[in-house]
Write a protein that binds this ligand. Sequence first.
Ligand code: NAD
Ligand code: UGA
Length: 422
Amino acid sequence: MSKVAVIGCGYVGLATAATLSHLGHHVVAAEVNPDRLVLLREGRSPILEDGLEDLLREGLAKGTLEFVDDAAIAAEGAEFAFLCVQTPMSDDGRADLTWVEAAVREIGPVLERGAIVVTKSTVPVGSSRVVGRVLHREDVSVVSNPEFLQEGAAVHDSLHPSRIVIGSDDQAAAIRVAGLFEEIQAPLVITDPASAETIKYASNSFLAMKVSFVNAVAALSEAVGADVADVVVGMGYDHRIGAEFLKPGPGWGGSCFPKDVRAMRAIADDAGYDFHLLDAVIAVNDEQFDRVVDKIEQGAGGTLDGATVAVWGLTFKARTADVRESPSIEIVRRLVAKGATIRAYDPTVIAPLDGITVVGDAYEACAGADVLAVLTEWDEFRWLDFDRVAEAMAGRSVVDGRNLLESAALRRLGFEYQGIGR
Ligand code: NAD
Ligand code: UGA
């Protein structure tokens, strides 16, 4: 059992803290957001993640998990300090290390001799050196341990990761970090810091590229009269391609893909390699937002000016309450710019958002709407009463941005149905 500090209690920090305490380590987690801290101390999760509250309560009850408001307090006496703070995109597309550096400054003076600082936040290649420089401690090692969890499956992915990547110039420190996770069955990749940091960006960029690719195939399918649903089934059986991340949609978003693809582009630029493939990945995604807007405009009879659009789904994907960089919200912005009025519903969003009217249920969103746009793949949308939807709407047009609904059933009810790539 080791003493572990976790700095930052967002998706990554909480999953890390909950997993390590579940594995028997003693974890002190620091969070500066007072609202989050109050919830956490009561064993309540500030984020929607299956199984997280159970693990938080287990840790609090066993006394293996504590929450504090100060990174330095968490780091006192810790053998390992995991940096799990945000690394948002700065104006030039590069990752902003302000929070990482601030956290390192806080913990640096109190860490014990022989402690290890573990960077879990997604940070540009070379950040291990930056952390080491800011830390300014010869007797403390720095290890990179990128995180690959998906929101909505954070606990599952932490307990059953696809792989554990550890990068350090200090082999002994890398092996000690690996030892923390020894009960977890997963391939272990021990490498140098630059490779570990590159693995993280290359993985996210590759996944984003896959989604951009399938969205481009969807556009092609529409042009040639193919059904993208069948195309991806046929592609996915080839294990070299794989069936995952081949779902066409309204474009990719979330707190990581948009910033990480741009950060990787910038990392390559700084290193003198012109990674222009990533420009196409970003451009295709941006075009996808417009493609969905065009479909909605067409569904509204050719103009959005004065049209009412019912929007189902505001989060960047289903099974999360996270709206950061949500394609749905970007599409809503573009609809509003073209004169549309939006009535939105999302199972996890209650407050008005960016001036969008958010209503309490899916039928209410449809009241008087000319078009219905489905932008997040919440399963509950599939089981709604579409007779009631038709009654509530002024028009009979559906744009299914996630290919979630039964197109034939909707057409039988008199709806004009537009999906993606079919
Ligand atoms: P987040 O914004 O949800 O959480 C970060 C938390 O750290 C916030 O609650 C913030 O208040 C807190 N914090 C910041 N500075 C602090 C300090 N000095 N002391 C104590 N608390 C502090 O972020 P996240 O989504 O968990 O992402 C964190 C990092 O992990 C990012 O680099 C991200 O790219 C990466 N990542 C995220 C995911 C994901 O699914 N969200 C997956 C893999 C990697
Ligand atoms: C993503 C990665 O999947 C994680 O491995 C990584 O750890 C994380 O980013 C991160 O670094 O933060 P996440 O942001 O939770 O995880 O979201 P994904 O499930 O990857 O989805 C990203 C976007 O792509 C969403 O908007 C989603 O709707 C879209 N998507 C995904 C599709 O449109 N089609 C697909 O087939 C898959």
